[in-house]
Design a protein around this ligand. Structure first.
Ligand SMILES: C[S@@+](CC[C@H](N)C(=O)[O-])C[C@H]1O[C@@H](n2cnc3c(N)ncnc32)[C@H](O)[C@@H]1O
Length: 413
């Protein structure tokens, strides 16, 4: 299987000149991998497909905004709320978080500390009923952790999913009966159990009275986030509503690490100082040899072999290993633990992971959003979050839908 394409093949494939591709490589928009012997640029086909599906299909416009003002006070019930990435994004869009549920004590403390007025229900979702909110909430959202279903029959129903966290999400949607529900997840859900898990979710939402809009994976870099993170969005519309939901439209402007950490369009000051974890000495010695935007292939061959161990011979680009991020590119997806093996995202100038506040900026959290718990707990909360600016754009798309829905009800009455 030919997983890589040459510069010429890529240029032909997406209809852009080689010059543009070279520039995009330098800007970090579409990073090429260097062929080890010739040092020529080659492109991973999946990277090209992922990045350009949006540019080609959505025909990105120059200047526009997804912003829409809400016609009413719309209310949100946020499940699996974590440290509030999605919740603040929705709030920034103009939605009101009425209730949030989260099992993790430190994430709940974070939510309470920053928003003492939010009703944070701490504990396992299984132990809560939301029946008292029936017909009183406009949107139920939730980033349920992905789990496999067991398939006894052909079409999965709600009862078949018992014991999974998606079951709990769907149960709450059923109890609350909002006009719209939004689930978010990782891209991997598309291929989880060869797509059967996602199909199961769609059929369960259908059974409880919701039509699912064709699923999309949104790329955070297209929504004012200086990070190449992706989120799969699952939108359910209550079946009595005959209105179309439209995903937020991607922006052309791509922000980079400098925009995240320095004073500029995204933030009006440099990133505040904060705690952060460190690399062990052995890793520092290796990463010291990697230039900005470089990765393990930039190391001398003997160190490559030693650092990569068994993975050295496995093929594939593995461009996220021993990676030092450059100032002029978006950051690679942050993980829940910055010092974890094989997902290094090293600071461009210093040989260390990003600090807690740098992490938060790359996820577009405001500087005044405090995280509770140990440094490891804080990284985990940030790494788990939906980037705030992505949540905000999704929020606008929900507001647009709800304005149209409540507007249509007024016309009928
Ligand atoms: C992907 S994170 C959600 C991130 C959040 N939407 C944000 O933007 O910050 C999933 C969250 O689900 C929580 N969780 C896992 N199992 C749970 C359960 N049984 N009940 C409630 N929350 C749970 C985890 O603690 C984690 O914070």
């Amino acid at each position: 299987m030919n997983e890589y394409m040459t510069l010429s093949e890529t240029s032909e494939y997406i209809g852009k000149s080689k010059e543009t591709l070279r520039r995009w490589d330098n800007e970090g928009k579409l990073i090429a991998v260097r062929e080890p012997v010739s040092n020529y640029r080659v492109y991973r086909k999946s990277d090209v497909d992922t990045l350009f599906a949006d540019f080609l299909e959505n025909n990105i416009e120059e200047n526009f905004s997804n912003y829409v003002a809400p016609d009413n006070d719309y209310t949100v019930l946020e499940l699996f709320a974590g440290a509030g990435g999605l919740a603040i994004g929705l709030e920034k869009a103009g939605l009101k978080c009425v209730v949030l549920n989260e099992i993790d004590k430190w994430a709940c403390n974070t939510l309470r500390k920053n928003r003492p007025n939010w009703n944070v229900l701490e504990g396992d979702i299984k132990n809560f009923t939301f029946k008292k909110y029936q017909n009183k909430i406009d949107i139920v959202t939730g980033g349920f952790p992905c789990q496999a279903f067991s398939y006894a029959g052909k079409k999965l129903g709600l009862a078949d999913a018992r014991g999974t966290l998606f079951y709990e999400f769907a149960r709450v949607v059923k109890e609350v009966n909002p006009p719209i529900c939004i689930g978010e997840n990782v891209r991997g859900l598309l291929s989880h159990e060869k797509g059967k898990t996602l199909q199961g979710m769609i059929s369960i939402l259908d059974e409880i009275g919701y039509n699912v809009v064709p699923v999309q994976v949104l790329k955070a870099i297209n929504f004012n986030v200086p990070q190449k993170r992706e989120r799969l969005i699952l939108v359910g519309i209550r079946k009595d509503i005959e209105l179309e939901y439209e995903y937020p439209k991607p922006y052309k402007k791509i922000y980079n690490l400098r925009d995240a950490l320095k004073k500029g369009e995204l933030y009006d000051c440099d990133v505040p100082k904060s705690e952060g974890s460190k690399y062990p000495k052995s890793k520092i010695d290796v990463l010291d040899l990697v230039p900005p935007k470089g990765y393990w292939r930039d190391l001398p061959i003997n160190i490559q072999k030693e650092f990569m161990g068994g993975s050295f011979h496995l093929g594939g680009g593995k461009t996220g290993i021993a990676r030092r991020i450059g100032w002029d590119e978006p950051c690679l997806t942050l993980t829940c633990s910055p010092a974890q093996k094989q997902t290094e995202r090293c600071h461009p100038e210093e040989t260390r992971p990003f600090t807690v506040r740098e992490y938060a900026r790359i996820q577009t959290f405001p500087d005044d959003w405090k995280f509770e718990g140990s440094v490891a707990q804080q990284y985990k909360q940030i790494g788990n979050a939906v980037p705030v600016n992505l949540g905000k754009e999704v929020g606008f798309s929900i507001i647009k839908f709800l304005n149209a829905y409540y507007g249509s009800l007024k016309l009928k009455s």
